[in-house]
Write a protein that binds this ligand. Structure first.
Ligand SMILES: [Zn+2]
Length: 235
């Protein structure tokens, strides 16, 4: 299916302020796309959706496939039909902007991005299961698992968000990784790509689906210094 829409489930305000209960079933969000990222109920892990499969990479590093009944607190999904793909080598996260900008002006629009390749290094984190009462996201990630993978082959999946939409989403590149064996991965802080294939699709629409449950409806979504909280949490 071709679509220029990014479907976003819940808001950064909700995630940052600690609305971690799963509110959107995989069966529902898979209607919004087969490609994307998110997080598990109670932050038990990171989600990466690729080729119609929704993977959960749990805090300790175990990977499993989500069932259609699993509920997620936050996700961004789209259908990925790359407009362009080209080989890249020896780049890290900071080079992604210039690589993409050389192809298309992304300053004012979103984009879905994918890199398949061999990585010298991928620096990851996975959030860990949170008990109620939930803390804020910034407090919860004190318990996150960090890991650096070396000489690994796999795929990066994620989104580019222009600065003007920081707060709606995470400005810059928000990307998740899963290895070719589907045995490891997580939210990506940074990477060093040896060589691979970068594909992208500009996205001109974002649709935000708000949860219907009382936890969201009644939540106080005021976050102190949201901009910095997001950069600290998802950068
Ligand atoms: Zn993430």
């Amino acid at each position: 299916m071709k679509s220029l829409i990014i479907n976003q489930y819940s808001t950064m305000h909700a995630l940052m302020s600690g609305v971690f209960d799963g509110m959107f079933a995989i069966a529902e969000i898979s209607q919004g796309g087969s490609f994307g990222i998110g997080c598990s109920h109670a932050l038990a892990g990171e989600m990466i959706a690729l080729d119609d499969t929704f993977f959960e990479i749990q805090g300790a590093g175990n990977v499993r496939r989500f069932s259609e009944y699993d509920q997620l607190p936050f996700a961004q999904l789209t259908y990925f039909n790359p407009s362009e793909q080209f080989p890249v080598s020896d780049i890290s996260k900071k080079d992604l902007y210039s690589e993409l900008s050389a192809q298309v002006n992304i300053d004012n629009i979103f984009a879905a991005v994918k890199i398949e390749g061999i990585f010298k290094k991928v620096w990851l984190r996975r959030t860990n299961y949170q008990k109620k009462p939930y803390k804020t996201f910034i407090e919860a990630i004190v318990e996150q698992s960090e890991e650096t993978l070396h000489n690994v082959s796999g795929v990066l999946v994620g989104f580019w968000t222009p600065d003007i939409f920081h707060g709606i989403s995470v400005a810059g590149f928000h990307i998740h990784f899963i290895d070719d064996e589907r045995k490891n991965g997580g939210h990506v802080f940074d990477f060093e790509l040896k060589n691979g294939l970068l594909s992208y699709e500009p996205k001109q629409n974002i649709k935000i689906h708000l949860p219907e449950n009382s936890e969201y409806i009644n939540a106080d979504l005021t976050v102190d210094d949201l901009d910095n909280a997001i950069r600290k949490a998802e950068g």
